[in-house]
Design a protein around this ligand. Sequence first.
Ligand SMILES: Nc1ncnc2c1ncn2[C@@H]1O[C@H](COP(=O)(O)OP(=O)(O)OP(=O)(O)O)[C@@H](O)[C@H]1O
Ligand SMILES: [Mg+2]
Length: 274
Amino acid sequence: MPQAEHPDVSPPVDGQGRPSLLEAEHLAVRYGAVPAVRDVTLSVAAGEVLAVLGRNGAGKTTTLRVLAGLATAHHGKVRLAGRDMARVPAESRVRLGVALVPEGRGIFPGLTVEENLVMGAYQRRLSRRALRDELERVTGRFPILMSRRGQRAGSLSGGEQQMLAVARGLMSAPRVLLVDEPSLGLAPLVIEQIYMLFAALRDEEDITLVLVEQYVELVLEVADRAVVLEKGVSVLSGTAAALSASPELVNLYMTAEQKDPEQEDPEQEEGNVG
Ligand SMILES: Nc1ncnc2c1ncn2[C@@H]1O[C@H](COP(=O)(O)OP(=O)(O)OP(=O)(O)O)[C@@H](O)[C@H]1O
Ligand SMILES: [Mg+2]
């Protein structure tokens, strides 16, 4: 599938002319013979929320793992503030400000809430005093975690564990936080709280967010822009407002039976709607 060519300059700009903080260009990733990602291009500007949408198996998790340096692309580039990340391992990317809140949360259930949080800051080699201040600062956003600092993480509810996973990501003082399906398995009210938190992180702390989400309507309410992956290819991208209104997005998410045959367009290729 043809993709718009991106000029090889750094730092490139997004649709509104802002320089991109983190970008991926024509990524391709294979697991053995299985192509997980075939051609993904995306970018997020500083202070922006980017939603990464797509059905099961579309390549969303693999894309985030490449951005974080946990999976290797056999083709394509990742740049952070214009710098090529090809030779920068995952730990160094954390230090440069890229944090991943993984699918399934990845917390340590046998450790306490506080121990999990401290692990999020280990790259920073903080003094005890500074670490304590960071714990105060981060848990200040999560009153529930503050009151459960000494409790085993495994005893928290699903929503609390997701908040812990996000809080642990914040302990690394990221510039960009990559979050993989934060709403998975959670009740609507809890999901809403988590999304309010994401909006606050962007608006009050200027944290850039890349959110993988299957709840399309929900994430598009918070996101500035979105990219849609289909079978490992970024097929659609644009502002959240433009995508929300786009028939292409509806087409991608509706089943064949639900689609109005009049609207179907088999020639539909990558589109940029905003
Ligand atoms: N470790 C792996 N080994 C082999 N194939 C894999 C591996 N991880 C992912 N894949 C395959 O790569 C493709 C993309 O997977 P990925 O997990 O990135 O998709 P996803 O969009 O995150 O899906 P989901 O919505 O289910 O989380 C899928 O076909 C998947 O089966
Ligand atoms: Mg996934």
